[in-house]
Write a protein that binds this ligand. Structure first.
Ligand code: GLU
Length: 426
């Protein structure tokens, strides 16, 4: 099997067919700048000691301190963290944020740890990576199965080590610890702005557009609700256990409320405290991806659409809210079938964009209203979506390739500004 990083690198190769860059810049972007592997000893509640594997990768810092989340998941490997750090590099450049790309992760099933164990693990991770991060070096944030509480522990631990309160070292913190309003909903909100910008270009109206969403976490559930309120017909949603499908459309706010209360997805319609099941089909995650809908939103894990199932995808539009849900082999099949894929490095960039706003607020000590955060997010997402769309039209290429070309130009400018071979030749 090809590594995730070499698969990610194929996107770079594809984009390079459309843009001439200095070979020095290309060489720099092929491999991560620094990768750290740590073993984190954790005293468990029963007194035993367990050692967890953790990683932090700083991929490229030509455009600024590196930025990216930390995920807690059983499938975390160094290869995965490196490819996610690669995507963060292009995501930050695509949105013109003054950051490079990074990612972190710990290999574990977070659902099997108590809160005390998670706190000891999170603080232990920071003890081991403290020299590798910092507000002007590398700034962690939430990702899969990490949340504001965990970010708060991380910031607190770093501050203890440095003997000074350092809120700008981590983003996605709880609001009283310097978090930004709007950060928790930012990924979904950003994706929503891209959908609202792009769908009119295909003469699509919300009321006649059906949507299927894989993943009902921080991103999936919020985008489902935003689309529901905007008048889209959300016909299918799923979580890691499976999903529900109802052609007449689902009542997303009710499903969210019952999921929070009972921890599972049920096709319900609630009035007051009374929830009734609506007519629906129970479907698997694999089936959800192949539904005949207008918009498909993978908002869970990477590698969901591959050469194995790409030919069976029926949705004409895919918005990648997860990182890397479509692999490069699937890209070619989807493109040949006329399916438009709107790429992760644009669609889910709302999260890191509001992380940037949080970092700015922490450093200036001046905090913004929710309206201000969302307004700035909308401006940024709309602006860069339009630019990438224009590049795709100009080059007659896919939106993914256009997003990479757009990001690459900015990355190359920064790399070349530090000097290339030509500067030293004569
Ligand atoms: N984990 C998120 C992402 O993949 C957010 C990263 C951040 O806020 O730094 O984009």
């Amino acid at each position: 099997m090809t590594s995730l990083l070499s698969d990610a690198n194929q996107r770079l190769d594809k984009a390079l067919q459309y843009v001439t860059l200095h070979p020095d810049a290309i060489e720099r972007l092929k491999t991560p700048k620094a990768s750290l592997t740590v073993s984190i000893p954790v005293r468990m509640d029963d007194g035993s000691l367990r050692v967890f594997q953790g990683y932090r990768v700083r991929y490229d810092d030509s455009r600024g301190p590196t930025k990216g989340g930390v995920r807690y998941h059983p499938s975390v490997t160094l290869d995965e963290v490196q490819s996610l750090a690669f995507w963060m590099t292009f995501k930050c450049a695509a949105l013109n944020l003054p950051f490079g790309g990074a990612k972190g992760g710990i290999t574990l099933n977070p659902k099997t740890l108590s809160k005390f164990e998670l706190e000891r693990l999170s603080r232990g991770y920071i003890d081991l990576i403290a020299d590798f991060i910092g507000p002007d070096i590398d700034i962690p944030a939430p990702d899969l199965y990490t949340n504001p509480m965990i970010m708060g522990w991380m910031m607190d631990q770093y501050s203890t080590i440095c003997r000074q309160i350092t809120p700008a070292v981590v983003t996605g913190k709880p609001i009283p610890m310097g978090g930004s309003l709007g950060r928790e909903t930012a990924t979904a909100m950003g994706a929503f702005f891209t959908i609202q910008t792009l769908m009119p270009k295909f003469n699509r109206q919300p009321s006649s557009t059906t949507v299927a969403i894989q993943g009902f976490g921080n991103a999936g559930a919020v985008i489902a609700e935003l689309l529901f309120h905007a008048g889209y017909r959300v016909v299918a949603v799923s979580d890691s256990q499976g999903g529900v499908y109802a052609t007449q459309g689902l009542d997303i706010p009710s499903i969210r409320r019952t999921k929070e209360a009972r921890r599972g997805i049920q096709a319900v319609y609630c009035e007051g405290s009374l929830c009734n099941r609506i007519e629906h089909q129970v479907i698997s995650n694999a089936e959800l991806l192949e539904l005949k809908v207008d918009i498909l939103i993978p908002a869970a894990l990477e590698n969901q659409i591959t050469a194995e199932n790409a030919a069976r995808i029926q949705a004409p539009f895919i918005f990648e809210v997860a990182n890397g849900p479509v692999n490069s082999a699937a890209d070619a099949i989807l493109e040949a079938n006329g399916i438009q894929v709107f790429p992760d490095i644009l669609v889910n960039a709302g999260g890191v964009t509001v992380s940037y706003f949080e970092w700015v607020q922490n450093r200036s000590g001046f905090y913004w209203s929710l309206e201000e955060v969302n307004q700035r997010l909308e401006t940024k997402m709309t602006q860069e979506t339009e630019r990438i769309w224009a590049t795709a039209q100009e080059l007659s290429c896919s939106m993914r390739t256009a997003a990479y070309v757009h990001a690459l130009k900015r990355l190359a400018e920064a790399i070349e500004a530090k000097g290339t071979q030509d500067d030293y030749k004569s």
